[in-house]
Design a protein around this ligand. Structure first.
Ligand code: APR
Ligand code: ZN
Length: 358
């Protein structure tokens, strides 16, 4: 039996329940969670903006220790520390073979298969991960080894916010030294993007969020300017960038309005990288003149365009060298019964990451 926060219906509180994990199958491992971050995508799954078979154990930003390995698992053994990957690539599909493992056609396979039972019925793992549980069972290829000297609770953040935010800047936008970057939305993902921009050598990093209490943290992680959004935001960003607009905007909210304003804040020829995962009912509009005339680029970005197996070790190098601050992204810690509390804070734009500690 394993304790887990189980989501039974959309928009209802999750109770901590006992679940029975499936036996560890071939190619799978059982992991005892040390910590799991609460991400906006969990909130989007909980309120129905994103879909997931139910009942489900959400949580996809986790780290823990391998406790059992299934038949045929190589390179992982009980006792190993791992970070969980919520979109594990199959390494064989068209996307994987063309250097885009973050778009793997099989990355979502595990989401459709139950990983546990409760009260005689199946329970699914949120994003195939199920990290809001003391233990989870998932594919060995979804586990990235982490050396023992890395604090495992902080490493959990690598699994989503940091891979996504840093990757958006370095892999997708490919920010160059000296460029100007606007980061819209300062949750765990946006604050990681700010760090990514600093690591990439950006000259100006303009942080945007209505929660003005985030200014201090944003600046301590690398932001050179902080703005609250308003109708004239794009104009203000242009005036802060020599009248041009930013070379890059990184959108980390996931709303039509913020995607549009990120785009308007970029210079002629600039790029907008959309990280935020919004609603299918929320359109973004462009007029027929401006697209070609401004020669701007807008690109979506999944999982920071990363390959976690490659990028987690790189991020750990940044961490060891003191360039990447993981602890600063954790603004609250709760137990497994604190998911609702974390969601409330997220809805009101308070704090960066809440970490569930097991
Ligand atoms: N302009 C700028 N920032 C905004 C705006 C706005 N109009 N509205 C909200 N925000 C801010 C919130 O105040 C909050 O600080 O966006 C931030 C979002 O942070 P979180 O809710 O913590 O979200 P996070 O987990 O960082 O994810 C961001 O990336 O992966 C996706 O699904 C995820 O769409 C989500 C996004
Ligand atoms: Zn996430």
């Amino acid at each position: 039996m394993t304790l887990a926060a189980v989501m039974r219906t959309i928009d209802a509180p999750m109770a901590v329940e006992e679940i029975e994990l499936n036996p560890v199958g071939p190619g799978q491992v059982r992991v005892r969670l040390t910590a799991a971050g609460v991400c906006h995508s969990d909130l989007s799954l909980a309120n129905g903006t994103l879909r997931q078979p139910l009942p489900a154990v959400l949580g996809h930003e986790g780290a823990g220790t391998v406790v059992e390995t299934g038949e045929g698992v190589e390179g992982l053994a009980p006792g190993d520390h791992v970070v969980l990957n919520w979109a594990p690539p199959c390494r064989a599909c068209w996307f994987c073979e063309h250097g885009e493992p973050y778009l793997c056609q099989h990355a979502e396979d595990a989401r459709a298969v139950p990983f546990a039972t409760a009260g005689g019925g199946p329970v699914y793992a949120g994003l195939g991960t199920g990290a809001f549980a003391a233990e989870t069972v998932l594919g060995a290829h979804a586990c990235i080894p982490v050396p023992d000297d890395i604090p495992l609770a902080e490493a959990a953040l690598l699994g989503c916010a940091v891979l996504t935010g840093v990757g958006a800047v370095t892999n997708a936008a490919k920010v160059r030294p000296g460029q100007t970057v606007a980061v819209i939305g300062l949750g765990g993902v946006g604050l990681a993007a700010i760090q990514g921009a600093r690591i990439a050598g950006a000259a100006e990093i303009i942080a945007v969020d209505p929660a003005v209490a985030k200014e201090g943290l944003a600046r301590s992680l690398g932001a050179t300017q902080f703005l609250a959004p308003h109708a004239g935001l794009a104009k203000e960003i242009r005036s802060l960038t020599g009248g041009l607009g930013a070379d890059h905007a990184i959108e980390c909210v996931g709303r039509g309005e913020t995607i549009r304003s990120a785009w308007s804040a970029t210079r002629r020829g600039g790029t907008t990288t959309v990280v935020g995962l919004g609603s299918a009912q929320d359109p973004v509009t462009f007029n027929a003149l401006e697209v070609a005339y401004f020669a701007r680029t807008i690109a979506g970005c999944m999982y920071g365009s990363t390959d976690p197996a490659v990028d987690v070790p790189l991020l750990l190098e940044h961490y060891r060298a003191g360039r990447l601050d993981l602890a600063a992204l954790v603004t609250d810690e709760v137990g497994l019964d604190g998911v609702g509390e974390a969601f409330s804070r997220m809805r009101s734009g308070q704090g960066a990451r809440t970490l569930i500690r097991f």
